[in-house]
Design a protein around this ligand. Structure first.
Ligand code: HXC
Length: 258
């Protein structure tokens, strides 16, 4: 499909999705969110893709939902159309791993989009924030929920109540991002990480993603049981036999996704 607000490239088993509304700092308008979800769904369905990277520009991952598009909407309209419910649901259904490679601003919906990915690699220029409070609204794509789970109540509450930005170093310290890298190396590091994941057995990768995400949805006991049952089920795969045989034979495994 031809896209206007994003650029998609598939190379070496990795789909790279670049948000591309430079004049609006990649503000997430309806078209961009719809195209992004479609591109992610296409990547999920494409046998050649084993990992996805979502990124923006050097200046902005995304500066939030498009304020110009939202400014004149009424309560009746956003409620009746269930604004942002569709991208929220569609993002959560992607089964392949999605890495957010963030440089510059990741604000409001931009921060929420990054958090909806599986993990965030940040450039040292990254700035995260939930400044919706300054617009007289609150986050609408997980900013009060995911941020609280990632960085704890105190920091999430402060960020959401004041709208202040967090730099990359603080974001790493707080557990919001997995790693901070020099801005010039961001894409190289993200690609390298995606390649590493692409080499694994795909059913195992999907089982990890499902199991980690389960930890947000259930109690510890249920989560541990879910994990153990998934662990047991991996013994039905050929890749488990291959992975363990390769270890004992002191060679690299040749996974076949079976
Ligand atoms: C629409 C936006 C935008 C946004 C920036 N622009 N952010 N347009 N929606 N969220 C536009 C500006 O209007 C401007 O276009 C151009 O991008 C460049 O932005 P500047 O402000 O001139 O750049 P700068 O001075 O460098 O400031 C960068 C900035 C600032 C600090 C990121 O743009 C900013 O504060 N943006 C808004 C951040 C925000 O409040 N985000 C939360 C949105 S609400 P023109 O044509 O005017 O020059 C939200 C709700 C989430 O996300 C709900 C669920 C998805």
């Amino acid at each position: 499909m031809a896209f206007e607000t994003i650029i998609v490239e598939v190379e070496d088993h990795v789909a790279l999705i670049r948000l591309n509304r430079p004049d609006a700092l990649n503000a997430l308008n309806t078209q961009l969110l719809s195209e992004l979800c479609t591109a992610l769904e296409e990547a999920d369905a494409n046998d050649k893709v084993r990992c996805v990277i979502v990124t923006g520009s050097e200046k902005a991952f995304a500066a939030g939902a498009d304020i110009k598009e939202m400014s004149s909407m009424s309560f009746a309209e956003v409620f009746a159309t269930n604004l942002f419910a569709d991208p929220s649901d569609r993002l959560m259904k992607i089964r392949k791993p999605v890495i957010a490679a963030v440089a510059g601003y990741a604000l409001g919906g931009g921060c929420e989009l990054a958090m909806a990915c599986d993990f965030i690699i940040a450039a040292d220029t990254a700035k995260f924030g939930q400044p919706e409070i300054n617009l007289g609204v609150i986050p609408g794509l997980g900013g009060t929920q995911r941020l609280t789970r990632f960085v704890g109540k105190s920091k999430s509450m402060e960020m959401n109540l004041t709208g202040r930005f967090m730099d990359a170093e603080e974001a790493e310290r707080a557990g919001l991002v997995s790693r901070v890298v020099p801005a010039k190396k961001l894409m190289e590091e993200a690609q390298g990480t995606a390649q590493k994941i692409a080499e694994k057995s795909q059913p195992t990768v999907m089982a990890v993603k499902e199991s980690v995400n389960r930890s947000y949805e259930t109690t510890l006991n249920e989560g541990i049981l879910f994990e153990r049952r998934v662990f047991h089920s991996m013994f039905a795969t050929e890749d488990q036999k291959e992975g363990m045989a390769a270890f004992m034979e002191k060679r690299q495994p040749q996974f076949r996704d079976k």
